[in-house]
Ligand binder design. Structure first.
Ligand code: MG
Ligand code: ZN
Length: 383
């Protein structure tokens, strides 16, 4: 009798398990954002691994905010097994802990990569005592290289800010915007127009940028047409919208920046951030993560296309930290379906991947500190 009941229970359980695995096919509205079902995929090109030199003339650093291995694999699954990132043969891991917290935020994480120091959460290129630390972008600029920043959030947000500004707190957006004027950066494109124009101190930084010789544009179509000179592209009042709203803003902005920066014969440093992979993680939304992961991968594709042609450019693809503790609990590479669960609405402490391509790429392997990314970039680009 018991045996029979057990058997029925077992059969029922097995049935439920089989149903559960196919649950994404009958997702209710509540679950919609946890399951991504591919509608459209894109083709991924393979790039040759032939370079002119051992040391790069240019570095393109691509930061996927909140991009852990699960986020990359969600993108890879959603695009049915292929990403531009797959071109990178050199892979490592970065330890993300900040000076005061096992779980970093994007300000301390950005500062570690931009300046080579561990600082407290919230710090924008200042050390634990609050003293400014030189960033790789500033050092590149001092050496006569062209420099650029591109972001799908506000350009004043923590990640891009930590490459150009020095402030004790990431929330000081107006002070961060003013710091852009203290540099010779050649091109920056992202949101944050309000931080340049609607300010407590009454300064109009757009006018000040124009006086310094910048072309200031707010429309991505006008930005796209710019091929040389100094460019400030401020594409949103604060943050750029989600992908349906901003469309191909990030890939277009990246191409524009590459075009402008490559005019400099001494080389360049460019950082591009895919900001909203992190926001998808905070929202426990697989759909949001995948949309932004694929947008970011297209940016990787553009950077690789440039580097493959130029043969003197190092491309580094990494993250500041992981967000959401994303666990892929189901899916199909054949159908481009990803299902995930999230144990936290915040960041996690896990190490994040580093993918690299080009001269010097072999340096970015093994398990390294996030601060080592700065040290290695500096040694390769500026010494
Ligand atoms: Mg960010
Ligand atoms: Zn975050």
């Amino acid at each position: 009798m018991y045996k029979k009941l057990n058997l029925i229970a077992l059969l029922l359980f097995a049935g439920i398990t089989i149903l559960a695995q196919d649950q994404y096919l009958t997702a209710n509205a509540e679950d919609n954002e946890k399951i991504y079902v591919s509608k459209k995929t894109y083709n991924v090109k393979k790039f040759p691994h032939k370079f002119k030199t051992d040391k790069p003339k240019n570095i393109i650093l691509l930061i996927g905010d909140g991009m852990g291995v699960s986020q990359v694999y969600a993108g890879l699954t959603a695009n049915k097994g292929k990403l531009f990132i797959n071109n990178c043969k050199h892979i490592g891991f970065s330890k993300t802990q900040s000076a005061d917290n096992y779980i970093t935020d994007s300000a301390a994480g950005g500062t570690a990569i931009s300046s080579g120091i561990k600082t407290y959460n919230g710090a924008i290129a200042v050390d634990i005592a609050g003293a400014p630390v030189k960033t790789i972008l500033e050092e590149a600029s001092d050496k006569g290289l062209a420099t650029g920043l591109v972001s799908s959030s506000a350009i004043t947000h923590a990640t891009p800010a930590s490459f150009i500004a020095h402030q004790p707190d990431r929330g000081m957006y107006e002070e961060i915007a003013a710091d852009f004027l203290n540099t010779d950066i050649d091109v920056f494109i992202g949101g944050g127009l309000d931080h340049f124009t609607k300010r407590q101190d009454g300064r109009n930084l757009v006018e000040e940028l124009q006086e310094k010789g910048y072309k200031v544009e707010t429309d991505i179509k006008a930005i796209k047409k710019t091929k040389s000179g100094k460019l400030a592209g401020l594409t949103a009042a604060v943050h750029n919208g989600r992908i349906n709203d901003r469309e191909d803003m990030l890939p277009v902005a990246t191409n524009t920046a590459l075009e402008i920066l490559s005019n400099n014969e001494d080389g360049f440093f460019l950082m591009v951030e895919g900001s909203q992979i992190d926001w998808g993680g905070h929202a426990s939304s697989t759909v949001y993560i995948v949309e932004d992961m694929l947008d970011f991968d297209k940016v990787v594709g553009q950077a690789l296309a440039f580097a493959a042609k130029d043969k003197e450019t190092l491309v580094i693809v990494t993250a500041d930290h992981e967000t959401g503790g994303m666990a892929i609990t189901g899916g199909s590479i054949k159908d481009g379906v990803v299902k995930a669960e999230y144990p936290t609405k915040g960041h996690t402490g896990v190490m994040v991947p580093i993918f690299s391509y080009g001269p010097g790429a072999e340096e970015f392997t093994g398990i390294i500190e996030n601060t080592d990314i700065y040290t290695k970039m500096k040694r390769l680009l500026l010494k």
